[in-house]
Design a binder for this molecule. Structure first.
Ligand code: GA4
Length: 331
């Protein structure tokens, strides 16, 4: 049994934080990409929340359920088997430890790069548990989600009158795009019931460094986003839709008009949560700066010049909850 007033301690290894369980749920802007005015809705949501969901997409829900089943087969393996696909530095299997700087959460995950230049650092085909069908389905998933993400980025570029419709989408369709794919499993944590009124952090608060992230989860709650007035809101789960999150790079490319969204995941005592996230990132050498057409005449960039490789390097030196863009803001 867990001692009430103390953080949950996993062996002698990781101290996982708790937080107040509160968090009203929020009506999430829902967009059907084929509806009239969809691009205006998307840009408004990205300005206000940095978050929206896409409904009525073309990706088969049956396929999503099957991929989730394959991922669960992996997560149900004995810990010593899963560990053979880790540690995640930065790609592979990880349990509780997030990133290289001491962050922990009630989560286990598989993290893969989709960048061909970095793919050699993914768990190779000798890694047990990552079956051929899991690999193939994950690749198929990433291709389908990338295609939908390009469509969304083209709508954003059009609505914001960027110099070309492909100004954003070209970055993630580029074969050198430094994107990654993550499958997270948040096991149910029955001991949580003893923490009356508090929740266990599954994945601590952070913004994503990339351009845009696309998340799909099973029907378990846990995801929360922080809105402009700094309050946390629960996102009702919806396994038939995809949630889109603005990343730091898109904030910079829109010169602060679109906001990267702070989010976190809380563990549940009864239901385990599985999520899959595609992080759309630019090629390593790409300069991240406001896109032509976005700024008013005479407007200056709010940020210093940097490449995606520089931003990533800096991000990996930070703690999860840090404000990574602050190092690149002009004073
Ligand atoms: C947050 C978004 C993605 O999950 C991720 C994360 C990465 C990791 O888990 O290795 C980081 C985190 C994320 C940002 C700061 C650094 C790097 C953990 C961490 C403490 C894969 C990513 O690209 O950045």
């Amino acid at each position: 049994m867990v001692v009430l007033s103390q953080p949950i301690v996993d062996g002698n290894l990781a101290q996982i934080k708790t937080c107040k369980a509160a968090g009203d749920s929020l009506a999430i802007p829902a967009v059907d990409l084929s509806q009239f005015g969809a691009k205006t809705l998307i840009v408004e949501a990205c300005k206000e929340l940095g978050f929206f969901k896409v409904i009525n997409h073309r990706i088969s829900v049956d396929f999503l359920t099957k991929l989730e089943g394959e991922a669960m087969k992996f997560f149900q393996l004995p810990p010593q088997e899963k560990a053979k696909s880790g540690p995640p530095n930065p790609f592979g299997y990880g349990s509780k430890v997030i990133g290289p700087n001491g962050d922990v959460g009630w989560v286990e995950y598989l993290l893969f790069s989709t960048n061909p230049d970095l793919a050699s650092r993914n768990p190779n085909s000798a890694a047990p548990g990552i079956s051929q069908s899991l690999r193939e389905m994950a690749n198929e998933y990433v291709s389908a989600v990338r295609e939908m993400t390009c469509e969304v980025l083209e709508m954003i570029a059009e609505e914001m009158e960027m110099e070309t419709r492909q100004a954003l989408s070209r970055l993630i369709s580029d074969e050198k795009s430094d994107s990654c794919f993550r499958m997270n499993h948040y096991p149910a944590c029955p001991e949580l019931q003893a923490l009356s009124g508090r929740s266990l952090i599954g994945f601590g608060e952070h913004t994503d460094p990339q351009i845009i992230s696309v998340l799909r989860s099973n029907n378990a709650s846990g995801l929360q986003i922080r809105n402009a007035d700094a309050t946390w809101h629960s996102v009702p789960p919806d396994p038939t839709t995809f949630f889109f999150l603005v990343g730091d790079s898109l904030q910079v490319m829109s010169n602060g008009r679109l906001k990267s969204v702070k989010h976190r995941v809380l563990a549940d005592s009864m239901k385990s949560r599985v999520s899959m996230i595609y992080f759309g990132g630019p090629p390593l050498t790409e300069r991240i700066a406001p896109v032509k057409g976005v700024m008013e005449e005479g407007e200056e960039s709010l940020y210093k010049e940097f490449t995606w490789s520089e931003y990533k390097k800096s991000a990996y030196k930070t703690r999860l909850g840090d404000n990574r863009l602050s190092f690149f803001e002009k004073s």
